[in-house]
Design a protein around this ligand. Structure first.
Ligand SMILES: C[S@@+](CC[C@H](N)C(=O)[O-])C[C@H]1O[C@@H](n2cnc3c(N)ncnc32)[C@H](O)[C@@H]1O
Length: 299
């Protein structure tokens, strides 16, 4: 699909303003989720340009969070987008943002965007309802990822596409490598996700999940990221990492992954760490599956 770059500003400004409001409200989880997904989205526009989506398509944004993917699609094509998310509060934020963006004239004429609460493993929609399903950085949180991918298959029309993208921790390399303090905090946060049935190495497994559910593999893109930065108090990425760790405090301490004194002391040490330079490489995996046009494709 073509993206109208003149609309990027409207979306980016509205998301940045909303993140500031959330920060002011003290909702740390919402603030970091919006901060993270917005920064991810800027590199993900490359993927949107490659998507097979036509005017009039019905689209599902599965695990829609703040609705960023849904907004960008509806801004560029007259499409019907349903966003579903398991977190009721995120559904509320997505609806509020949708209203603000509509007031600012972001959406194409003929587009409709709706958000509701739901679980990607049991969508509650009729069979063969959608032309395209998108699922970005969701599967890593879902216990039973194969069940979720099978449910997407059911919800897609024959010939429809499923674009799924996720992270893989082991694709990340930094120099200098992380300090013991940072590595310990990141490992504690990751262990909580694992205890809840999540998997931070989902990226490499996406193609296997697609094939197991009966999809034809239409393409795989590795979205690379390579950068040099100065990690100091002005570095927005450093601030986001610290905010993400702080927001996970009650989950980390509650799960026993780290005691409260150690967590607080390590977070303080991270905040006070001396500025340093960093080289980093990372990648996100994006897989595109197609539901075969004839039912014989299903295993
Ligand atoms: C990192 S956010 C990504 C949000 C959005 N896909 C994006 O890229 O902007 C992960 C989202 O997955 C949602 N999620 C996790 N498990 C889910 C499930 N079983 N069903 C629906 N949504 C889920 C979370 O509530 C959260 O909004």
């Amino acid at each position: 699909m073509d993206l109208d770059e003149s609309k990027f500003g409207t979306l980016d400004v509205a998301l940045t303003e909303y993140a500031e409001e959330l920060r002011g409200s003290g909702d740390q989880t919402a603030t970091v989720t919006l901060g993270y997904t917005h920064s991810l989205h800027k590199s993900w526009r490359t993927v949107l340009r490659m998507l097979p989506v036509a005017p009039g398509a019905s689209v599902l944004d599965a695990g829609s969070g703040f609705g960023i993917v849904a907004f960008e699609l509806a801004a560029n094509l007259p499409v019907q987008v349903d966003g579903i998310d398991v977190e009721a509060s995120f559904v509320g934020h997505a609806r509020e943002l949708s209203q603000r963006l509509s007031d600012r004239g972001l959406f194409s004429q003929g587009s409709a965007v709706r958000f509701s609460e739901g679980d990607v493993r049991a969508l509650g929609c009729p069979d063969e309802a959608y032309d395209l399903v998108l699922m970005r950085e969701v599967l890593q949180f879902v216990p039973g990822p194969v069940q979720a991918v099978q449910e997407i298959y059911r919800a897609l029309k024959p010939g429809g596409y499923f674009c799924v993208s996720d992270t893989d921790d082991q694709l990340r390399l930094t120099w200098p490598s992380g300090t013991a303090v940072l590595d310990g905090l990141v490992a504690a946060v990751a262990s909580v996700q694992r205890q809840r049935g999540g998997d931070r190495q989902t990226g490499r497994k996406l193609t296997t999940y697609l094939r197991a559910a009966g999809f034809e593999l239409a393409g795989v893109v590795v979205l690379p990221e390579a950068q040099h930065r100065v990690v100091d108090a002005d570095d927005p990425e450093r601030s986001l990492i610290i905010e993400q760790i702080r927001a996970a405090r009650s989950r980390v301490v509650g799960s026993g992954a780290m005691g409260p004194e150690r967590f607080d002391a390590d977070l303080k040490a991270l905040e006070e760490a001396a500025p340093h330079e960093e080289f980093r490489m990372n990648a996100k995996i994006v897989a595109l599956g197609r539901r075969p046009s004839s039912p014989t494709g299903r295993p």
